[in-house]
Design a protein. Structure first.
Length: 532
């Protein structure tokens, strides 16, 4: 074995370092000029995509800007090195499958990320690549953009520009109080997280041309609370004209058994009472002096403090009315919409038997219990367990998503495409085989990031479905129609096509909705929001 002398080794190391620096300089993408300053991105490992991470799109919402609509970010001098994700927003929950790759939680979190094909050219006012703006889920209490499963580079390889943003969560994103109303020019409070999303999309409209994207061809897409956000963004007069298409995966802000945006006065009374009890005062001056950790601790102690669910409200400004009324009046965005949900959205822990499901049917639906049991049958304990999964999945996710797509189809004056994701998961470190096509299971398929899921035994059908879904989503972002060469035909949803739903599984195909009677039953049997 031949050994190098220390001097020769040092010389070799220096030459290697200089060669590496030269190669890096040769490959370095040029800085991009935004309306706040220049940003420098970095090529992904395959050199096919340039990623720009952690770009501020609004001023830090701290101190006097805590619980304030997002404000413009200041200009910076020089070039911002946009190579690392910004901090994720303060969390109030954490799911085992959420792994962040950023500096950690902070109130100073309003940043976004852009992935664009390396060959993309800047455009002036129109033209360029389709733009897909992602909104993460997490119940409006948790989530962030730095998860590996939401890596935008794989979609960007297909000729689109992908953007994701952090937005405020929990009490920092959705607190409502009378004093906040009085200081606001809009005379409303809450919905700061939705305003953050809107500010990020507005940033995209102003700046995405420099990254090669078409500001007039933006698709917003999201999962769970991200999908609920999409349905709200379509309804708000502040945001509905900022994008051209919408995709919702498993969720909508429509009244099912759980989802509905409460009236402002209702939320304010609840929040003020809680703040007095848990934080010592509901006065803004006091609350803005409190440390982040103190607020988080008070919210986390739900058992003792009974913290309310901080989520979207009908504030009279961002949401001038309930989504049901806005959509019924046809005042939402008239854009092509693609949406659906997964086969196994919920797995309640409660022990269910045929007898207990029958009791639940009588409790929830009274005279209509017999019809409920015909749709959620319980002839045996085993079938009752399957029915309770279906029922809880419907009332937490599926029904509200169905209701959104139904009314968008009737009043949205644009095509609607509906899917049902029902390929059972092969399981991974955080999800057992018994969970089937669980809530959020679709994210890695859409992003082409299956390899990011720890210890997942990826099958050929997983790869094939991910390829299909990526291309469907990209096609839809490009033209408002998911169809394209080599893909199974996806009919538009509606009565004229006999309620065709695209089944995304090992044998992707379209067929008439077999579950429609369930949702029609729930639609006429659940109490309306005004009756609660």
């Amino acid at each position: 074995m031949q050994f190098m002398t220390p001097r020769k080794a040092a010389t070799t190391t220096l030459i290697a370092a200089l060669s590496c620096s030269f190669a890096t300089a040769q490959q370095q993408p040029k800085p991009i000029q935004t309306d706040s300053g220049k940003v420098q991105g970095a090529l992904t490992a395959d050199q096919k995509v340039v990623a720009y991470k952690g770009i501020p799109y609004a001023a830090p919402p701290v101190e006097e800007l805590r619980w304030h609509a997002p404000q413009p970010t200041g200009r910076w001098k020089g070039v911002l090195q946009a190579r690392d994700f910004g901090s994720h927003c303060i969390q109030f929950d954490r799911h085992a499958d959420m792994v962040f790759h950023d500096p950690g939680p902070s109130e100073d979190c309003l940043t976004l990320n852009v992935w664009t094909p390396a060959e993309a050219k800047p455009v002036k006012k129109s033209g360029g690549l389709p733009v897909m703006v992602w909104i993460y889920g997490g119940g409006f209490m948790t989530g962030g953009t730095s998860e590996s499963r939401q890596d935008g580079q794989f979609l960007a390889r297909r000729g689109v520009v992908v953007v994701s943003m952090n937005y405020r969560l929990g009490i920092f994103g959705f607190l409502t109080l009378p004093e906040l109303d009085s200081e606001s020019p809009s005379h409303g409070s809450g919905n700061y997280g939705l305003m953050d999303q809107t500010a990020a999309i507005a940033w995209v409209r102003r700046n995405i041309g420099a990254f090669g994207g078409d500001p007039n061809n933006i698709t917003v897409f999201g999962e769970s609370a991200g999908s609920m956000s999409v349905s709200a963004l379509m309804a708000s007069p502040l945001s509905k004209d900022l994008f051209a298409k919408a995709i919702g995966e498993s969720g909508a802000e429509f009244a099912g058994q759980h989802q509905r945006a409460p009236a402002l006065a209702e939320a304010e009374q609840r929040n003020a009472s809680w703040a007095e009890h848990a934080l010592g005062s509901a006065r803004l001056f006091y609350l803005r002096q409190l440390g982040t950790d103190e607020i988080v601790k008070a919210v986390a102690d739900r058992t003792r403090n009974r913290a309310p669910s901080f989520r979207p409200v009908v504030d009279g400004y961002f949401l001038p009315d309930t989504l049901a009324h806005i959509y019924a009046d046809g005042k939402q965005a008239h854009v092509p919409t693609l949406g659906g949900w997964n086969a196994d959205e919920s797995h309640p822990d409660q022990v269910t038997t045929a007898a207990s499901l029958t009791e639940l049917a009588n409790q929830d639906f009274g005279p209509a219990a017999e019809e409920f049991l015909s749709l959620y049958p319980a002839p045996t304990d085993e079938k009752a367990r399957r029915s309770i999964y279906d029922y809880f999945g419907d009332k937490s996710i599926a029904f509200s998503t169905w209701k959104w797509l139904e009314i968008q189809m009737k009043t949205g004056q644009a095509p609607v495409y509906r899917y049902f994701f029902d390929l059972p998961s092969p399981g991974d470190r955080n999800h057992s085989l018994a969970l089937g096509a669980f809530h959020s299971d679709d994210i890695e398929y859409v992003f082409g990031s299956l390899d990011s899921r720890p210890e997942m035994k990826i099958r050929p059908e997983d790869r094939a479905l991910s390829e299909l879904m990526q291309q469907y989503w990209v096609n839809f972002a490009r033209s408002g129609d998911p169809n394209g060469p080599g893909l199974p035909r996806w009919p538009a949803y509606g009565e004229s096509t006999k309620w065709q739903v695209m089944h995304l599984d090992g044998d992707t195909h379209a067929e008439s909705d077999k579950l429609r009677d369930r949702y029609l039953f729930l639609d006429r049997s659940w109490p309306r929001p005004a009756e609660r």
